[in-house]
Write a protein that binds this ligand. Sequence first.
Ligand code: NDP
Length: 247
Amino acid sequence: MTLKGKIALVTGASSGIGAATAIKLASHGVKVGLAARRTDRLHAIVQQIRDAGGEAIALEMDVVDESSVQDGVKRLADTFGTIDIVFNNAGLMPISEVDALKTGEWHRMVDVNVKGLLNSTAAVLPYMRAQRSGHIVNTSSIAGRKVYPGLAVYCATKHAVSAFSEGLRMEIGKKHNIRVTSIQPGAVDTELFEHISDQEQRGQMEGLREQMAFLKASDIADTVLFALQAPDYMNVAELFVLPTDQP
Ligand code: NDP
């Protein structure tokens, strides 16, 4: 299916997987709203897209704040006409063992990874429902399928994303002709580890880089593109994508 002329919201578009996917979509003729909090980063990526002949706008958005999400989505729809695709990708992973009781970081992960994704889903759904078409792509993780010590809360949030994606797919596929895809990457080379305050956990995650060749953010962008380009009658419900070296 051609994506040319479609309109997409990408959350977490200021770095990593979101930035790479926004750039990839724009190169296929998608008009992209890039959402995140770091607007300087967003403006630079938007400029890069425009320089390459694409169409994009920067949307300052904190996915935790429902009104910020509603405002950004409205601005995107007002600018380009509607919303056909959302890549619900904003997320963070400040991991630690539970008995370290870093409760503020637990709440932050639940707020961004789960509630943020619900907020952006709620904001785009009315547009998709009204036009009886759309595609919602959610970034889950290998941590949405498996559980690891040290990552209990992060795994809980990503399991929630996987469960929500599957439930949503069953509810809105036939009823509203909207597709839902859950992307479940293994290790990807991004800024995700930079927010880990627990030095032991951070060291362990950084150490993984010596054990395996991480995926690139653009590999996940290709994966998203694959799901979006599938014919209308085909819903790629889940994509589990790992470095070849990752167990
Ligand atoms: P990055 O840290 O590079 O990107 C995270 C993005 O999320 C940034 O653009 C950041 O933007 C955004 N973000 C964080 N908090 C908020 C918020 N409150 N409101 C809006 N945007 C927010 O990491 P990745 O690209 O790796 O992460 C993208 C997704 O991929 C996450 O959901 C992550 O859990 C998932 N993932 C990553 C894997 C990996 O190995 N890298 C593996 C599997 C899944 P800003 O700070 O500007 O707001």
